[in-house]
Design a protein around this ligand. Structure first.
Ligand SMILES: [Zn+2]
Length: 304
């Protein structure tokens, strides 16, 4: 009986235990779910917070980027402005340097070299050219003599005579630089030879130009009597008429001029620029006004 009872009791206790176990299991699962959900909430909050911070950081970076882009544009603009100003300044400096160079060149160029001389306006007795060079004897008509010429113009003269020689025309120098003393002696000789008529003689009109050191009297090498009007019928004169301007030389006293006696042998260096202008326009040096002539002074020795 006891055993049966025990069995019955045991039997009646089982559902209770099962209920208890189930209850515990539910509690455990419930707790687990609860803790998990709490963790999820915390994580969600953290994530939300991080996202907010991240968003703020991005916004700050974007703002910074916008500011730096703007600053960069402004800097570029400022740099461009500076460069423009610098370029303008450079140009101004170049202009000033150019002007100074021209003025310096002009101040160093003898203004007498392009002066028009006449019987009433002539060079000072004391005038001496800046620099003279002795002409190579091979260019002289009379090789026993010695002549000098303006140093800066000499190369133009010898080139001209060399060029003529290459064309089969032999032109020689009869006279070149003459100092005031030489000129006076020459004039006295003329006075002795020709009497008071010598005042009308060509020695007067070429006076200043020979004293400048930039005038030459030329002759055909074969001529028996140089410095005569007949020189203009020689091939030497024809060649000079067509080519002398290319070397900066002009005929000072041309046949058609109304001021002076004709001297086909007397040539003066005035620079290639001016000589070319006179040749192209077929006008005489003496017919051009002094102001216009002076504009060629700065480039008188320039090769063109
Ligand atoms: Zn002369």
């Amino acid at each position: 009986m006891n055993n049966l009872e025990n069995k019955q009791i045991s039997k009646s206790k089982w559902p209770l235990i099962l209920d208890l176990v189930a209850l515990i299991a539910i509690a455990v699962v419930g707790y687990f779910i609860y803790t998990q959900s709490q963790t999820i909430i915390v994580l969600k909050n953290e994530m939300s917070s991080s996202t907010q911070i991240l968003k703020q950081k991005i916004a700050i970076l974007e703002a910074g980027l916008a500011t730096s882009t703007l600053t960069s544009d402004q800097l570029s603009q400022q740099l461009a402005n500076q460069q423009n100003q610098s370029n303008a300044f450079q140009n101004t400096i170049s202009d000033i340097a150019g002007t100074i160079g021209t003025l310096k060149k002009l101040s160093e160029t003898d203004k007498e070299l392009l002066q028009k001389y006449s019987k009433i306006y002539f060079l000072s007795d004391n005038y001496v050219p800046m620099s003279l060079t002795t002409i190579d004897g091979k260019y002289l008509f009379d090789k026993t003599k010695s002549f000098q010429f303006h140093t800066n113009a000499l190369l133009f003269l010898t080139r001209m005579l060399d060029q003529a020689n290459n064309s089969g025309i032999s032109i020689k120098i009869v006279s070149a630089y003459r100092s005031f003393g030489t000129q006076s002696t020459l004039k006295n000789d003329y006075l002795v030879t020709y009497g008071s008529g010598a005042n009308q003689f060509s020695a007067d009109q070429g006076y200043s130009e020979h004293q400048l050191g930039t005038a030459v009297d030329l002759a055909d090498e074969k001529s028996k009597s140089p410095l005569e009007i007949s020189f203009d019928s020689t091939s030497a004169y024809t060649w000079l008429s067509q080519n002398a301007y290319k070397f900066g030389f002009i005929l000072s006293y041309s046949k058609d001029n109304t001021y002076y006696e004709y001297e086909p042998w007397h040539w003066r260096f005035v620079g290639v620029g001016l000589a070319t202008r006179l040749a192209i326009n077929k006008i005489n040096f003496s017919d051009l006004d002094q102001r216009t002539i002076n504009t060629y002074l700065v480039s008188i020795f320039d090769e063109q």
